[in-house]
Write a protein that binds this ligand. Structure first.
Ligand SMILES: C[S@@+](CC[C@H](N)C(=O)[O-])C[C@H]1O[C@@H](n2cnc3c(N)ncnc32)[C@H](O)[C@@H]1O
Length: 248
């Protein structure tokens, strides 16, 4: 408790999100620059294209890749703290982090706990995060000094094994958009409602579908409040949804 959750040691590594997307943005930017430099004018039939104009799109793609990297290397710690600060912690909570990856939210929450426990679940998609696996999450937990407060499980957000009304706090950052069909995302939201205790809080952050999640939770009779993305710390801009399951 009281530890600055933005502090990092060299042993701790929370990975780079969507590494393939970042790589492709840089490759595409480079390809466009090469075309513009070596083929300043392209003729296709009667159409003449001056490729110097493409340099703007190359700059845009390179900037996008760079900002995604900045989010992974620094912005996500501030974003994590913003999510965690929405909870009024008392230390004995049962916490669930859905799509924990290398444990960013699970470990951040564990630092707030005394007698409570922080559980991280994931299906470990390699494309979503560099070095994404159970061992990496456990290694980070040990390096952050919270190994005794965490548990990491191989579970899918759409079909969790926990009993009803189990968790006081549920966290999920940049996970649910990886469920590509709308019905699957609705199922995951219904699972979140099911395993959340009455009176419990879920904090869901994502860069897309935020209105859809809000509508789904509203339809499930949960209280919701959508916080706008912070453009200074996240890219793509990540919104935060506060969800409260009313007490019985
Ligand atoms: C972009 S990473 C974010 C990881 C972590 N929440 C963070 O902020 O650093 C998305 C994570 O969601 C996980 N994931 C994707 N679909 C999932 C699902 N259906 N159930 C559980 N985890 C899932 C991926 O394996 C990946 O670890």
């Amino acid at each position: 408790m009281g530890q600055d959750s933005t502090q990092k040691s060299s042993k701790i590594n929370y990975g780079v999100d969507a590494p393939g997307v970042i790589r492709n943005l840089f490759i595409a930017a480079l390809a466009v620059i090469v075309v513009a430099l070596f083929f300043p004018v392209i003729k296709i039939g009667s159409v003449i294209i001056e490729t110097s104009g493409f340099l703007w799109s190359a700059g845009g793609m390179a900037l996008g890749g760079l900002l995604m990297l900045v989010y992974s290397l620094s912005g996500k710690y501030k974003h994590r703290d913003r999510m965690l600060n929405l909870i009024d912690w008392n230390g004995n909570e049962q916490v669930l982090d859905i799509g924990t990856g290398k444990g960013l939210l699970m470990i951040g929450a564990a630092k707030k706990l005394t007698t409570g426990k922080s559980t991280g679940i994931d299906i470990w998609n390699a494309a979503d995060l560099t070095g994404n696996n159970v061992e990496a999450a456990l290694k980070n937990a040990a390096a952050e000094g919270v190994a005794d407060k965490v548990e990491v499980l191989n579970e899918n957000a759409m079909n969790m094994s926990f009993g009803n009304d189990h968790f006081d706090v549920i966290l999920s950052n940049m996970c649910l958009h990886n469920i590509y069909d709308k019905q699957g995302r609705k199922t995951a939201c219904a699972e979140i409602k099911r395993v959340l205790k009455p009176g419990g809080t879920a904090i869901i952050a994502d860069f897309r579908n935020m209105k859809e999640y809000k509508q789904t939770f509203d339809a499930l009779n949960l209280d919701t409040k959508l916080f706008p993305a912070n453009y200074l710390t996240t890219f793509p801009a990540v919104g935060i949804l506060f969800v409260k399951k009313l007490s019985l």
